[in-house]
Each structure stands twice: as C-alpha cells, then as structure tokens.
Ligand binder design. Structure first.
Ligand code: ADP
Ligand code: MG
Ligand code: MG
Length: 308
C-alpha cells in the first residue's frame, strides 16, 4: 500500500498479530495497482478487450467505489488510474505531464465506462487504456477487515493505523475517560507536531490531505488527489479533511469526496450524514468542525483559528 501499518494491542496475542498482517498482505495482493499482478490489475490489463471475473470481495469494493464516483458533484473517481499513473505523485519519476497527454487520458476516466455484471462478478473496462485505482478506499476497507479479524481473537480494544487511516476499536485502556486520543498532524510539519487531538471511542479517523504525497516544482505544490474534471491536483481552499465515522471504508470514501467539495459544500453535505463528523483544515489556517457528537477536538496550534 506504499505506507506503514501499525497495530497496537493491549493484551499479548502474537497469533492475532500474525493473522492481522497476513490478512492485510492477502488483501493488498488482490487490490494493489502498484504491482504487475493483482485482481484489480487483471481487470486493467483486459481493458477494451474482455470482462474479468473477480472475487466477490473485489467486486463489492469496485461496486461501492463506482457508486461513490457517481454521487452528485463527486470528484471521487475510481477510474482515475490513467491520470494517477501519468503524474506518479508520491512515486519515483513524478513530473508535470504534457497538457495534451492529460486531455487524452481524461477520456479514459469515465466511471460510466466501468461495466459491472452482478451475476458472475465480472468487471469490464470499455476502453483500452482504462485503469481502476482503489487507492482512495483500500486502506479504509482493510482497516475495517482488521477489526473483524481481531474480533475472532476476542480482541475488542486496539488501534490500527494504515498510513493515516486510524481505526480505534472499542474503548481506550489508557485514559480515565476511556477515550482514545488521536493526534491530527500539523500540515507540512514533523510527524510529532500536532494541530490538535481528537477524543474518540470506537471510531475511524481518516484524513485526506495535500501534505503527505506531493512534489514542488516552480514553487507550485502538486499533491496526489486528482481532480477528475481537470486531470490536475485538486485545487481549492483545503489542506485536509478528516472524517470521523464508524466504518473506515466510509471514512476513506468521504474524506476524498468532502475534500473535493471544499468547506462550505462539505459542511452542508454533513447535514445529511449524522453518523459522521469532520474536520476541515484550510490553507489559510482555519479549522471548521462538524462533530455530530462523535468526537471532541482539542486545538493545540495557536496559529490556527477554530471557525464556525
Ligand atoms: P490517502 O492516500 O492519504 O489515503 P486518499 O484516500 O484521498 O488519500 O486517496 C488518494 C489516492 O487515491 C491517490 O494516491 C490515488 O491512488 C487515488 N486517487 C487520486 N485522485 C483520486 C480521485 N479523484 N478519486 C479517487 N481516487 C483518487
Ligand atoms: Mg485514503
Ligand atoms: Mg480516501
């Protein structure tokens, strides 16, 4: 997944740890597009040629990602692969692609061109050159599965962190309030420099932002969330969006969707999702919070302003 995964348990259970990491590896092997072979890559290799039958797990995830891509105003797009591969942001060899190449590849990114057949779990990419990329949801999905694996070992208190996708399981054994304290990183600063601390119980905390995977060229920052309408990094007032939710898959989908919406539209959208909270951080150092009673936020950085 191109990231570091950490798991914290509060009982000694090496078998559970092994089971979790084996499960993560098995899922990565199915979902990745950063290796030549995976179930998703077999779909991509057959683009414009023929449908490919995949496991129910991969089919379901692609179906959810397609649904998220077709939501009104969504800039989440599971067919963004050709553009992600072109920019290579966060990988070796990143560069600013020629504009005509971006335009050409945009014609390969319509989610409508992903044909799903429910009866045999097959996926067909209707044009040669199309590529599915599940990078914006795989970590959330994997975190949720981890929770199920731990439950099989009777473990109901833990934290799993898949590169910024944090899933807290149960209540914390570390604090008197039994809440977990999750640090929200200060953008572009060292990992131990915090904007603030979230207090949560049994919630997923997922952040999408511009400050983990990016490069700078001619003083311009190019980050890894692509606007599928332009083919360039999504440019608005935001530095990051953090979603607090029960499911980490939902959190991962909505961190990307609400990042694309921006603050005003994003806060409005949250009126429809009472089971979700969010923290928006802007480039001009403002923080907008919609908690819906799912978390509390303790601000630590005095150069950021909490806004209503
Ligand atoms: P993070 O990488 O921090 O988890 P996201 O969950 O937002 O952030 O996922 C970003 C990844 O999703 C990118 O690295 C890329 O693989 C893919 N991606 C980039 N732009 C989009 C997009 N508009 N829609 C869906 N996936 C995208
Ligand atoms: Mg993500
Ligand atoms: Mg995401």
């Amino acid at each position: 997944m191109g990231t570091i995964v950490s798991l914290q348990l509060y009982v000694e259970n090496p078998a559970a740890v092994t089971a979790v990491f084996n499960t993560i590896e098995a899922l990565e092997t199915r979902l990745t597009v950063n290796r030549e072979h995976s179930e998703v890559m077999s779909i991509n290799h057959a683009a414009g040629k023929h449908p490919v039958t995949v496991s129910k797990l991969v089919f379901d995830l692609i179906q959810q990602a397609k649904a998220a891509s077709l939501l009104p105003y969504s800039r989440f797009n599971l067919a963004i692969g050709p553009i992600v591969k072109l920019w290579k942001i966060g990988f070796n060899g990143h560069s600013i692609p020629p504009a005509d190449e971006i335009t050409h590849r945009l014609s390969l990114t319509s989610p409508h061109l992903i044909e799903l057949d429910q009866t045999n779990h097959s996926v067909y990419l209707a044009k040669a050159g199309m590529e599915i990329d599940l990078g914006a949801i795989a970590k959330g999905y994997i975190a949720d599965i981890t929770k199920l694996v731990l439950a099989q070992y009777n473990i109901h208190q833990a934290i799993i962190n898949c590169g910024g996708n944090v899933l807290t399981i149960g209540s914390s054994p570390l604090t008197s309030s039994q809440e977990w304290h999750i640090g929200l990183k200060r953008p572009f600063a060292a990992a131990n420099s915090l904007l603030g601390i979230l207090h949560v119980q049994n919630k997923s905390v997922v952040t999408s932002g511009i400050y983990e995977r990016y490069f700078i060229f001619n003083k311009q920052l190019y980050h890894h969330i692509i606007d599928p309408f332009t083919g360039y990094p999504l440019d608005n007032e935001l530095q990051s969006v953090t979603i607090i939710s029960d499911s980490s898959l939902t959190g991962d989908i909505y961190s990307t969707i609400l990042f694309g919406f921006g603050v005003r539209h994003g806060l409005n959208e949250l009126e429809k999702h009472k089971n979700m909270g969010a923290i928006f951080v802007t480039k001009d150092q403002k923080i907008f919070i919609k908690s819906n009673q799912h978390f509390q936020f303790e601000l630590l950085a005095d150069d950021y302003e909490l806004c209503q």
